[in-house]
Write a protein that binds this ligand. Structure first.
Ligand SMILES: Cc1cc2nc3c(=O)[nH]c(=O)nc-3n(C[C@H](O)[C@H](O)[C@H](O)COP(=O)(O)OP(=O)(O)OC[C@H]3O[C@@H](n4cnc5c(N)ncnc54)[C@H](O)[C@@H]3O)c2cc1C
Length: 257
């Protein structure tokens, strides 16, 4: 883990409200371990927004790191106003990585702000089935190509499969070698957790809970473990910190409530 000032190389809007930023970050890129990891960034060095914002790593090429972000609030809005040559302070790489994808049949599912780690994993295993969900067509920036096992879904039916990512999953054939890898909003992860359990499929979920420090101090990103027990003087058996233990969990490890 490392803190450094990264230089922005490019920052472009790739779909409605969704941006790809490329930065040069020598130390962070040299310590990168694989898809699933994230950085925790400051958009400026003032005191107005002192809490870092977590962003998944979407790609690493040499010293260059891509992030893909959706404008949610003040800091992501500020990020979208940055230009080439500006700098941002980043802490990272943080978190664990997706596992098992080299030897398994892989189905990758991304939705909302959960695209980045899924597209990163897809670069490593392009033979996967890829499912990307969005509310409407203008939030998509790749093609719907069922012939190449790339399925887009839209809530309003304006592109690809009408409905959500579960509608796409329901049309696939699974076997006991399949692992689903997913990242997205909690309701989507909860639905995939349920789908995987019902169909006896293994799944790894990258969880995007609220996060502050990214290093286990603030305890802001805590989620409940499945079947966890509260032990005297320790909550670690019942709860887990997404920043330290995650963000990637087996679907039967965590409880979304
Ligand atoms: C491990 C991890 C990886 C992430 N990767 C990405 C990514 O690759 N791309 C991306 O666009 N976003 C990602 N997020 C979510 C991103 O951190 C938030 O969208 C961002 O912090 C919002 O900051 P803001 O100042 O723009 O919005 P704020 O004004 O702070 O918040 C606006 C809304 O954003 C949501 N939000 C705020 N903070 C978080 C948070 N930490 N996690 C989840 N939702 C939040 C809430 O719904 C809130 O109401 C990730 C979150 C985590 C925990």
């Amino acid at each position: 883990m490392n803190i450094e000032n990264a230089t922005i190389i490019s920052n472009v809007e790739i779909a409605n409200g969704i941006w790809r930023m490329t930065i040069t970050a020598r130390e962070t890129s040299s310590q990168y371990q694989g898809p699933g990891q994230f950085i925790n960034l400051l958009s400026d060095d003032g005191w107005e927004h002192p809490i870092r914002r977590p962003m998944s790593i979407a790609n690493v090429r040499g010293e260059k790191i891509d992030i893909i972000y959706k404008i949610f609030g003040i800091v992501t809005k500020q990020l979208s106003q940055k230009t080439s040559g500006d700098s941002i302070n980043i802490l990272g790489p943080l978190g664990n990585v997706f596992t098992g994808w080299k030897t398994r049949k892989t189905v990758l599912v991304g939705g909302g702000v959960g695209l980045a780690p899924i597209l990163n994993l897809y670069d490593s295993c392009p033979d996967s089935t890829l499912i990307i969900g969005a509310r409407t067509a203008d939030e998509h920036f790749i093609e719907h190509e069922p012939g190449n096992n790339i399925y887009l879904t839209t809530d309003d039916g304006s592109l690809g499969i009408a409905g959500n990512v579960i509608n796409a999953l329901e049309n696939l054939d699974f076997d006991d070698r399949t692992i689903i890898y997913a990242c997205g909003p909690e309701p989507m992860l909860k639905a995939i957790q349920h789908f995987a359990a019902e169909n006896k499929i293994k799944a790894q979920l990258s969880v995007e809970s609220y996060m502050g420090c990214g290093v286990g101090l603030c305890q802001g990103c805590v989620i409940e473990r499945q079947n966890g027990q509260l032990k005297k003087h320790s909550y670690h058996k019942k709860y887990t910190l997404v920043c330290m233990d995650g963000p990637v969990y087996w679907s039967n490890e965590v409880n979304f409530g």
